[in-house]
Design a protein around this ligand. Structure first.
Ligand code: G4P
Length: 537
């Protein structure tokens, strides 16, 4: 690819994730974005999807049984000249770590709110991650086909709760309480939708009018038009002015109102989002910022998933390309190990169909690489140089359990399963020393991860294991004199363990004991993530 062609390709990339609280309508909106992008022909209603069809991004049987989307996957499609990479993220809060990681690979985020609930717990948590990364955030207030909280009041709440400026980009237009269209502030026009009888599985026909057009009066009545005029005036007087530079700095968020279920307002939202959302920008690395149009390929792994397809016992590492174009066959340096690997043919992902080679992946894209155990979450790869992107952070586990198994002969299978799932980042694998050899202990951010672990050990590794919950709720890597580590770890309510690399951690029964140790034991350093250079080679 010539430098110009590369720059042109990168400029049309939009890589983003959707953050929301469960049930706000993320699956529905994702389906609609795929529908608009032509990636699927018709969107099934969530209900029919739950009973007999499954959302395109559901991978595991268990997710389908439970009707929740657990693992993050990547959907990409072309829309009006843009190449869209949608990092699908799990809705369940026990899997927020997956979402957290997906956000490290995103250039912007869509914040989806329920019009009756506004900012909810999970939105708040994920928003704080976006804020730290200064990601531009685009807000879509969903379910406006139902009457919800007063829209301006909702905006005030978002500003007060999250500390981000919000400005109206589109506004719900109602007639007799029914959503009939949206006011498009940027274009100063009303978009009216035609009602469909297919429960939103296709795009509704839309017509665009100025406020004084007869079609608008016909749809809203004279009084309705007057009310809309007043609302628009109020937005201009009392609302925040649009500031697109502030959006790009992550300080202000354009807000669109609509309904993912009926598709009303989704088209304008997508247009606005694509016109403002940034293409891939320079990324910070240990060696300084790396320009996306830099021809030398580099990227980092933000997710590893094993056994996505029962027929192929392999793992897929999801790599976000940060610079250049993915160079199949080239030798890339893995910064963590200093080893060189040959870049394999990337896999393209949309639903369960795999096996198509991705047509050239450039900065901003995500490629899935078949991996035989060389790559881990957080690894940076680069061709012709060594680049290290900041590690992909992980949440500290809050639940711990010891693994028990009756079939001693399957111990090897268990070990392999645990190792794989730990490398995916599903669980933190630890070992407690004992006379009979190290005892595996698993740590997880949410308890549902334990269910997934047992389920996957059985399905994928043929191992029936049990978990015995342990009374610990936090863990820290520790460095310092051995004697002091032992003294702290031997106190009541703690335990000394090692991670799979042989680095030492202490488990604590609660946050308070941990904080006390941090304050009292000045000779020890407590780390949230595995510190460099402490792992046994
Ligand atoms: P999630 O992925 O964020 O968890 O949400 P999901 O899309 O699964 O939607 C959660 C529920 O909200 C679903 O209802 C869905 O139909 C509904 N929903 C999504 N968008 C809208 C919208 O724009 N308007 C309205 N009124 N509802 C919406 P459910 O009761 O769980 O399923 P179903 O029985 O309706 O299919």
């Amino acid at each position: 690819m010539t430098p110009n062609a590369l720059a042109g390709e990168i400029a049309r990339r939009r890589t983003f994730a959707i953050i929301s609280h469960p049930d706000a309508g993320k699956t529905t909106l994702t389906e609609k974005l795929l529908l608009y992008g032509g990636a699927i022909r018709s969107a099934g209603s969530v209900k029919s999807r739950r009973s007999d069809r499954h959302a395109t991004s559901d991978w595991l049987d268990m997710e389908q049984e439970r009707g929740i989307s657990i693992t993050a996957s990547v959907l990409h499609f072309d829309y009006e000249g843009f190449r869209i990479n949608l990092l699908d993220t799990p809705g369940h809060q026990d899997f927020s770590e997956d979402t957290y990681r997906a956000l490290t690979a995103a250039d912007s985020a869509i914040m989806l709110l329920d019009n009756r609930k506004g900012v909810e717990a999970q939105t708040r948590k994920l928003f704080s991650v976006c804020k730290k990364r200064r990601l531009p955030i685009f807000t879509f207030v969903n379910k406006c086909d139902r009457i919800g909280t007063d829209p301006l009041g909702l905006l005030d709440d978002v500003q007060a709760e999250l500390g981000i400026d919000c400005f109206v980009s589109t506004w719900p237009v109602r007639h007799d309480g029914q959503l009939v269209g949206v006011w498009d502030r940027g274009r100063s026009c009303v978009r009216l939708y035609e009602r469909t009888d297919d429960h939103g599985s296709s795009r509704p026909a839309a017509t665009v009018h100025t406020m004084d057009a007869p079609e608008v009066e016909e749809a809203l009545g004279r009084e309705g038009v007057e009310r809309l005029r007043e609302e628009v005036e109020l937005i201009e007087i009392a609302g925040t002015e649009p500031d697109f530079d502030a959006v790009l700095r992550g300080e202000s968020s354009p807000v669109c109102f609509g309904s993912a279920l009926t598709n009303y307002g989704v088209d304008v939202f997508l247009e606005r989002f694509l016109s403002i959302a940034p293409p891939p920008a320079a990324r910070e690395s240990e060696e300084g910022p790396v320009d996306p149009a830099d021809e030398a390929f580099s990227g980092f792994v933000f997710k590893v998933q094993a056994n996505m397809d029962a027929r192929h016992r392999d793992r897929v590492a999801f790599l976000r390309v940060c610079s250049g174009a993915y160079d199949e066959g080239a030798e890339a340096v893995v910064s963590r190990t200093g080893r060189t690997i040959r870049l394999a043919q990337p896999q393209e992902f949309l639903a369960r169909e795999r096996g198509h080679a991705a047509n050239e992946a450039v900065a901003g894209d995500v490629v899935g690489l078949l991996d035989r155990g060389n790559l881990r979450v957080g690894d940076s790869l680069a061709v012709g140089r060594s680049i290290e992107y900041p590690g992909v952070p992980r949440f500290s586990p809050e639940h711990f359990a010891q693994i028990r198994m009756d079939e001693a002969l399957k111990r090897k299978h268990l070990d392999r399963g645990l190792r794989h799932l730990a490398e995916e980042g599903t669980i933190l694998l630890l070992f407690a020393p004992s006379i009979t050899g190290p005892v595996p202990i698993v740590g997880a951010v949410g308890v549902l991860q334990f269910d997934v672990l047992l389920d996957r050990l059985e399905r994928e590794y043929g191992v029936q294991a049990r978990l015995e919950r342990l009374p610990f709720h936090c863990a820290r890597w520790v460095t310092g004199p051995e004697a002091v580590i032992d003294k702290v770890a031997n106190a009541y309510g703690r335990r000394r363990v090692e991670d799979a690399d042989g680095a030492t951690l202490i488990l604590f029964d609660n946050e308070w004991t941990l904080q006390r140790s941090v304050e009292e034991e000045k000779e020890l350093t407590f780390h949230d993530v595995q510190p460099r250079g402490v792992a046994r080679a």
